[in-house]
Design a protein around this ligand. Sequence first.
Ligand code: TMP
Length: 217
Amino acid sequence: MDTLAKTLQGQFVAFDGPDGSGKSTQINRFVERFRTQGVTVREVREPGGTPIGEQVRTILLDPENEGMTLPCEMLLYMASRAQLVEQEITPALARGELVIADRFVSATLAYQGTAGGIRVDWIQKVAEVAVAGCWPALTIILDVDDQTAAGRLNPLLDRMELKGKAFHAKVREGFLEQASTWPERYRVIDATMSEDAVETAVLEAVKNRFLHEISAK
Ligand code: TMP
């Protein structure tokens, strides 16, 4: 196991970004890389990741629930997250596992906050309740422009993806704003590059956060 793999044990890293950013591909590559080295990796998926959370996910993504209010939507995402943190993430970190989250609070801030219109500082307060101090040490934002993202999306769009171009442009803006507000715990990667180039950039960002910053202290 190399130094980076050792350092990542017991750490919490989130991947996030607009729909169509190639997030799943990059998470798979990242997880495989460290599993091969012998790191126990716990992948969690948002919304969902627990039996209760998966039920919440079904409600959230069902096109029949078109009339769902924005505060209801935001609180359901947070409810799913609260269950995930207590039931899965905190125990996995305590066992020294590397936890990789497919979306986290960053998604609620971008989708329901910047794009949806709920005040970002209110969402942050609800998030304090949901995550109980369990924040990712690093959030990797895979950044893509609208056109590239649209070309990658499955034609069977879910309820969130049907929200349209202007909404998704704001989602992107939300992620970038977070990264400039919290530069120490966010990194933005240009996800329009080839899959191999994005993978290399993700790895560099992780090294930079966990090896260079820690050794600089
Ligand atoms: P996925 O595409 O990563 O499976 O996520 C499902 C959708 O849910 C996606 O369009 C982003 C959206 N979402 C939010 O709007 N707020 C959130 O807090 C989370 C976690 C996801």
